[in-house]
Structure formats: C-alpha cells, structure tokens
Ligand binder design. Structure first.
Ligand code: PLP
Length: 409
C-alpha cells in the first residue's frame, strides 16, 4: 500500500464521520443537494491569515492571488481579511470587482494581456503589473486614448529563483516579467510617458516548504528592489515580494515554518537600504491561504475487483480535482491526503485504488491506499487540499460529466 499526504490538522470527527466546520461530510452533501462538491471552511482560511499576521511585520501587506480559488463567496470573505487582490486575467479582474474589491487594491499580472484587457484595467483604475516593454507601450497608448493616467508596476524577472519551489517563475529566460537589467530603463520610459509608477513586482516561485529558501529569495528581492530603485533614481511606492509559501500535499511534507519566515523578513526589512525607507511591502499568497480550507467530496458508486485489486469508483474525478490525479504539473504521481469521510473513525486496513468516473486511466484520486474494510457503495471519499487550484484549475468540460457544486462553510 502507498501512503497518502498529511490531513490538515483542522478537521475533526462527528458521529464517526469526517467533520468539516463541525458538521459531518454527509450533511454538507445534503446541503449542497448533490455530489460531487467542494466545501471550503472559512475558519481555516481565517486561521492561515491570522498565522501570517502573527508572524510577519504589522505593516506588511498581504495580497490574495485569486487564481488559487476565485469562488465568489470565498472571495468576498477574503476581501475583508487581506490588503489586496492579485488577478491574472480580465475575467478575474471582473470577478474581483464584482466581489466588491476597490480598484486601488487590485493588481493585474499575466504575460499575455490583450489591448482590450489593458483598456479594461486602465479604465477600472487597477494597477497593471507590466510584463514587457511592448506591453508598456501598448498600455501607455491605450491610456492616452482613454485620457487616463495608468497605474503601472513593473514585474521583474529576477536573476535568482526560489529554490526547492514546485513551480519556478524566476531565474534565467522566462516569459514572465522583464529581465532585471532592463527594468530601470523601462521605469524611466513609464515615468516619461506620464504613468503613475506603482513600484516593483518580484515573484520568484511557488509551493515552497523550505523557510530558508523563502527567506533567501525575499532578501534577494529586497536587495534587487533597492538596486533597481537606485538605478531609476526614484523610490518604488510598493514592492510586491511575491510569495511561494507552500502547503504539505504529499507523504513526508512538513508544514512551512512561517514564524521563521516572518521573523527573517522583519529583519531583512529592518536593514533595507535608504532608497526603500518609505516604500511599502507586500506578500502575495494563494494556496497557503486557501488550499487546506477545501475538501472535495465524491460518492462511491461501485466497489469492484480486478486482477486481485479493489477499485472504488466514484462520481467525481480529475475533471474537478485534476491536481489529486497527479496531472497538474507533478513529475511523479503521489497521493494527496484522502480518506473515506463516512468511515473516518474506522481503522483503514485494506488496500484500494480510488478512481473517478471518467473513461481514462488518468482518472485516479488515490492509488493503492488503505481504506476501512467495509467501504463501498454510498460512502463519501474526501480529498483534502482542494481549496486551491481545484475546480478552477481542472478540465470540468472533459467528458461532459455533471459539474461540481461548491459551498462555503
Ligand atoms: C500563481 C501566482 C501566485 C500564487 O501562487 P501560490 O502558489 O498559490 O501562492 C502569486 N503570484 C503570482 C504572480 C502568481 O502567478
């Protein structure tokens, strides 16, 4: 049998069932009206925000990267708790504005913005994180046509990376941002062009559980921001230091020591160069804030034997929760934390492979894991870590199965 990833410590048990926000899994399925469904527990996101605030300098901004989970009720909940939203498309921009976010609290990154995306962002008054000289020229032109002053930060492709990060987005040739050595000239072009220059956006990677690696990347980002500001001869109003704070998904993963990261960041900001003394700083996080708050619940339709192995076939699958199937950027498939929610208190003693309902061998939710012996038709499977890059990062249209429901607990 293969291990599963660690179940977040925030979940309990009621009447033998997995409890989400104090209520049994089946109660959530009944409330949603059907399975499969995603349940997001707002108290868990609140706990992550609180842990961040408690360990980081008080004047550091916390931004939420909404691509992790753009579900509107969750987004409205987050709005009152974070200092800004980072969006990565005009569609996300509309979702953020509709949720009630003020344009002054929204920044828009993404390497492929069309002129109509730029027009929408400039008209709304949000900050564009500019990804290239070409995009800067198009933004200035669009803003002239609109008779508006565009708010523009420059996304820097840093000459370093976040080591050990699941998804590297800095260091070397990249489609994201502008190579650091060309940034000062671009900022001067923006200032000469009449833009409201908002500062720098330096994002070095994602999903790191290594406090020292994050600390090193943050110190490098602060030093780089100072160097660039000195070269420009102007102080950036805001330096977005990126994020990359990870969550434990797989067997052997340990939670990130955010107390250590926050303390080291406080130290690094304390000794920053004078050019940055009046700049504000922010961290942008997606999965750290919401991943552990989400559970995907899917019903067992069938228990069958084949070639000496037991398969539990569910009504869900990779069309809702691609990452758990191992097909969202993982090199080697490993099991997410998964449990039989309706038998949470029973000992898991027999091996089974839990699959989705799609006609493809890729649709595996848990491979060769221990489940309670009586597991079968009607039981609910819970896949944890479903609060980030779940439904919105999955190919829901594939095979035209029923859509997943979502509910905010
Ligand atoms: C995706 C993304 C994030 C969020 O990453 P997480 O791993 O979810 O924290 C933050 N900033 C930028 C620029 C991104 O592209």
């Amino acid at each position: 049998m293969k291990p599963t990833g660690p179940i977040p410590p925030d979940y309990g048990v009621v009447g033998g069932e997995l409890a989400i926000a104090g209520r049994p899994a089946n109660a959530w399925a009944a409330e949603a009206g059907d399975t499969p469904l995603f349940v997001y527990d707002r108290a868990i996101t609140d706990a992550r925000v609180a842990a961040f605030r408690a360990s980081h300098p008080p004047d550091l901004g916390l931004h939420y990267a909404i691509k992790a989970n753009p579900y509107p009720p969750l987004l409205r909940h987050m709005l009152g708790r974070v200092d800004g939203l980072d969006v990565a498309s005009a569609g996300e921009l509309r979702i953020a504005l509709a949720a009630g976010a003020g344009p002054e609290h929204i920044s828009f990154a993404g390497p492929g913005k069309r002129d109509d995306d730029l027009r929408e962002a400039v008209a709304a008054g949000v900050t564009l994180n500019c990804e290239s000289e070409g995009e800067a020229a198009r933004t200035l032109r669009v803003a002239r046509e609109l008779g508006r002053t565009p708010r523009i930060a420059v996304r820097v492709n840093p000459p370093f990376e976040l080591k050990g990060s699941g998804m590297r987005m800095g260091g070397g040739a990249k489609p994201f941002g502008v190579d650091a050595e060309r940034v000062p000239a671009l900022v001067r072009t923006l200032l000469d062009g009449g833009a409201d220059w908002r500062g720098f956006h330096i994002f070095a990677g994602s999903q790191s559980l290594n406090a020292d690696a994050i600390t090193a990347a943050q110190a490098n980002a602060i030093a780089l921001a100072a160097e660039l500001a000195e070269a420009v001869g102007a102080a950036p109003p805001l330096v977005n230091l990126g994020g990359g704070y990870g969550v434990p998904y797989f067997p052997g993963d340990d939670p990130l020591d955010i107390a250590r990261v926050g303390a080291a960041l406080g130290d690094a900001l304390g000794i920053r160069r004078p050019v940055l003394k009046d700049s504000r700083f922010a961290i942008e996080l997606g999965r750290f804030l919401v991943a552990e708050a989400g559970v995907y619940l899917t019903r067992v339709l069938d228990r069958k034997e084949s070639g000496g192995r037991t398969f539990l076939v569910t009504d869900g699958g990779l069309h809702h929760q691609l990452a758990a199937s191992g097909n969202f950027g993982q090199v080697i498939r490993r099991n997410f934390p998964v449990t039989i929610a309706t038998r949470f208190s029973e000992p898991a003693t027999v091996p089974a492979t839990i699959v989705g309902c799609l006609c493809t061998p890729l649709d595996i939710l848990a491979d060769d894991v221990a489940v309670p012996a009586a597991t079968g038709e009607g039981d609910l499977v819970a896949v944890f870590l479903a609060g980030a890059y779940g439904l919105s990062a999955s190919p829901q249209a594939f095979l035209s199965q029923r859509p997943a429901r979502e509910i905010l607990a």
